[in-house]
Design a binder for this molecule. Sequence first.
Ligand code: PGA
Length: 249
Amino acid sequence: MRKKIVAGNWKMHGSLQQNAVLLEQLLNGMAGLDCELVVCPPYPYLPQVAGLLAGSQAKFGAQNLSEHHSGAYTGEVSASMLVDLGCRYVLVGHSERRALYGESDSVVAAKFEAAHKAGLVPVLCLGETLAEREAGATDSVVLAQLQAVIDRVGVAALSSAVLAYEPVWAIGTGLTASPEQAQQVHAVLRSRVAELDSVVAAGLPILYGGSVKPQNAAELFAQPDIDGGLIGGASLVAGDFLAICRAVV
Ligand code: PGA
């Protein structure tokens, strides 16, 4: 059976005080979950999160990393620094990074490689814009995003990675892909990986992200190729995030 993961992407939200309250509520409510619970706070809060989650089953990760190992890259954070702080996961190629910070498929592939080489689990985010979906280009867009990474690191690197399908039009908008729409794209992604390595494909967790809420999580997670979620807004509310985690089957 594939690993099930529900990861919270806090984006640029939180404070020392808010994080402490949220994490305490999560820790109090997470007994008996059938998935791995992951939180991805902003960089400065990683040590706080590491401290508060120590000894629990929960994992944490970062929202981004540099493709470079070290050097004159003011403001950047390397994979080895994230490892130092105890991160297990790192988001790579979130659509906000691609759209707002100009991360191309090749930069995303380089970041994936940096994460992989450092022993982090990259969560590779893939997704189409509304215009691309309306033009019938959804499959070709997500497959090209995936291919850029496979070309750089090889399919075997996906055996210690996670994919997250996040249609750009569904992120933070309240619009969610229907379970059928999401399943279709997840199946396309898994089949492409299976053409190269069926064992890697069978074990690869593919998360869905984009306005996942307690109300829609169960029907999304019931789809055969949806292995959990990447949750933005709802991950900031402990009750909602835990309800989403409990919807994992
Ligand atoms: P959302 O964000 O759940 O607020 O739509 C998801 C994400 O950006 O990862």
